[in-house]
Design a protein around this ligand. Structure first.
Ligand SMILES: [Zn+2]
Length: 301
């Protein structure tokens, strides 16, 4: 569903702030400078002894936005603060880390980026809670923030954060040259990158065999090279897999659709599965479990 001519981002925002639930497709995030101003006012008003309800009204009168009661509660109890979070002004200041490498890997799979009305957003929407939680924790670490906790829509868990610098690194089309220094920083970073990619688009059959799907041939060829050169993990492909389009999530419409693009896959050779388990592995429990079952059955674990 496209945003029609009557779409008004401000109106949308107020409505969402009033009803701080996850009924709406995604919650708009106010610019951080504005959140900091509001945060300071909330503390002043609280010191004057105003109730949460009165504070909300006062903030609405001054700024025209309704902030959630839970936000006021978190702020006054100092659990959250818009000051948490260091702004990373440019890509040069983004430091390589396992967390960043993993975020990049997830982004090449299920993760997404979009340019919002006032923010640049990086997000992940997926069904495995532990996967989305891990992504939220890592994304928080990269941005110098507390872990970003997932919210839930009808079928999936969602984590989103705003960062222009990270958006510039991760926006589509993905430029492999741009991500290489982070992915290939050290063995640990490369493993974290591959884990993010396989958590997103790795498919483990009931028998325990692993395939990695992607619509981007270059991404698969790159992953294949890293697996072999860094970890001695052998794979075949990339093979074309035209019949089955991958499912993509469009954060703007909140809808899933099958891509019409060609899809390819890598097949990890069975002899290399113990190495895959040792060096890469999965955060997604159901995938890790199938791999472990295979290794146990064949006496390799
Ligand atoms: Zn590293």
């Amino acid at each position: 569903m496209a945003q029609g001519p009557g779409f008004c981002p401000e109106g949308e925002e107020v409505k969402k702030m009033e009803d701080n639930t996850t009924k709406t497709k995604r919650k708009k995030i106010l610019p951080r400078e504005l959140r900091i101003k509001i945060y300071n006012d909330v503390h002043k008003l609280r010191k004057r002894g105003l109730s949460h309800t009165k504070i909300r009204k006062e903030i609405y009168r001054k700024y025209g936005v309704w902030i959630g009661k839970s936000t006021i509660s978190y702020w006054t109890r100092k659990i959250h603060s818009p000051y948490n979070g260091r702004r990373i002004p440019s890509l040069e200041l983004l430091k390589p880390s396992e967390d960043l490498a993993n975020v990049i890997g997830v982004r090449l799979g299920d993760g997404y980026t979009y340019e919002g009305s006032s923010d640049y957003v990086i997000g992940l929407r997926a069904k495995d809670k532990e996967f989305v939680e891990d992504f939220g924790r890592r994304l928080g670490n990269v941005l110098g923030r507390a872990p970003i906790r997932p919210r839930k829509d009808a079928r999936r868990y969602i984590v989103e954060a705003a960062s222009k610098t990270l958006y510039e690194l991760l926006r589509k089309p993905i430029d492999l040259k741009r991500i290489k220094p982070y992915v290939e920083h050290c063995l640990k970073c490369t493993a974290a990158f591959l884990r993010g990619l396989f958590d997103s688009e790795g498919c483990v059959s009931k028998e325990g065999y692993i395939k990695l799907y992607n619509t981007n041939y270059e991404v698969l060829a790159y992953a294949q090279k890293l697996l072999l050169r860094r970890f001695g993990i052998e794979s075949t492909g990339p093979w074309p897999n035209k019949q089955k389009g991958t499912t993509t999530y469009d954060p703007r419409t909140g809808k899933q659709y099958k891509t019409k693009k060609d899809c390819y896959y890598l097949y990890i050779r069975a002899e290399s599965l113990p190495k895959f388990y040792r060096h890469i592995g999965f955060t997604v429990r159901r995938k890790q479990k199938r791999l472990e079952e295979y290794l146990r059955r064949t006496g390799k674990l």
